[in-house]
Design a protein around this ligand. Structure first.
Ligand code: AMP
Ligand code: MG
Length: 332
């Protein structure tokens, strides 16, 4: 049996988990909540630095209660990127220190791929088109010949950031996505918003500006409703085109914005109409979590991949298609 300790802390959620081939043994987390405004990278990193000991200790205590000891840990996996520089550097430093003191290998994990792999594992989908929608990222991906290929993506901000920015403008606290969802559910009238799809790519920043303008002339609920309808229709269009061109009949949703029920509904309708299956992991695996890092660490470890300390430098702009996927074809 392989046991991996995984550390996540690319943005606001710090999380540590122990995972084996059989199950998730324990996960502990601590979330940074900005007093005002959005996520401040340095403050979030300070939160992670002060909470790391607590969170890791909790995860290890949880594993001890299940009969595991420190000696059972085979490797320490951590989010190497993408993410906020100060945050990933803080967590990477802890991961290096743990790997040295436990005398186990280190495994640098791509955060986006961890979202995909935990979803595949949780939902049992084999070869889906993936819609990955989080605060900073919005991408459509699919696996082909040893890599997750990016088929389409945002050309500016992530959909989560677009929602959060508008929510901030309304005076709502972070994270704004769920609050916009709540307001949108009471909207009845569609207000025109710019629908920006360029080939397979998307743009959201103009949409946020447009929503800010619209608020002067329309009800807040209607503007939230229109913002969601427009942004989610854009995402659904690109996701559907990816499925059509690749002849794939499975779709997996990943990332924090995936918790939005209206987005899920639109994707479900699209998949139903084309006879495809739609998969959504539980909310706790949609948002950033240590379990997904430990789980991808496990897949990588079992296919012989570790990261020497000198190659463990963080990659704030780490793209999923930079990673050679060595674990998938074996497990097919
Ligand atoms: P992540 O970066 O994957 O942790 O996701 C965080 C993002 O998900 C933030 O931008 C949140 O506002 C967004 N989010 C979380 N829940 C929802 C929701 N129900 N609807 C829309 N966005 C959401
Ligand atoms: Mg994420």
């Amino acid at each position: 049996m392989t046991l991996i300790l995984g550390l996540e802390g690319t943005a606001w959620n710090l999380s540590a988990a122990l995972v084996s081939e059989e199950r998730v043994i324990h996960e502990a987390e601590s979330t940074y909540k900005p007093l005002y405004g959005g996520i401040h990278p340095r403050e979030a990193a300070q939160h992670h630095a002060s909470e790391l000991k607590n969170v890791v200790t909790q995860a290890l205590r949880g594993a001890k209660k299940e009969g595991f000891s420190l000696n059972d840990i085979d490797a320490v996996a951590f989010s190497q990127g993408p993410g906020m520089g100060p945050c990933i550097r803080t967590v990477a430093t802890a991961a290096r220190a743990l790997s040295i003191s436990l005398k186990t290998p280190l495994i640098g994990v791509n955060h986006c791929i961890a979202h995909i792999e935990i979803g595949r594992w949780q939902c049992g989908t084999k070869d889906p088109v993936v819609l990955y929608v989080s605060g900073a990222n919005s991408q459509v991906l699919a696996y082909r010949s040893g890599r997750y290929r990016i088929l389409g993506e945002t050309l500016d901000i992530g959909i989560g950031n677009a929602l959060d920015k508008f929510a901030r403008y309304l005076g709502l606290s972070h994270p704004g996505g769920p609050k916009i969802e709540e307001l949108a559910s009471k909207g009845t009238e569609y207000v025109y918003m710019p629908y920006v799809v360029k080939g397979m790519d998307l743009s959201f920043s103009g949409l946020t500006t447009s929503a800010k303008d619209a608020i002067n002339h329309h009800k807040t609920e209607d503007v939230c409703y229109s913002l969601q309808e427009t942004a989610f229709a854009m995402l659904t269009e690109v996701a559907e085109r990816a499925m059509a061109h690749l002849w794939k009949d499975e779709m997996l949703l990943a990332g924090g914005v995936g918790a939005n029920r209206r987005l899920q509904q639109m994707l479900q309708t699209m998949c139903h109409d084309r006879g495809a299956k739609f998969f959504v992991p539980e909310n706790k695996y949609l948002k950033d979590n240590g379990t997904m890092i430990a789980y991808l660490g496990l897949l990588m470890f079992n296919s012989g991949e570790t990261t020497p300390i000198e190659k463990s430098v963080v990659k704030p702009n780490y793209r999923p298609d930079e990673v050679e996927v060595t674990w998938r074809d074996k497990s097919k």
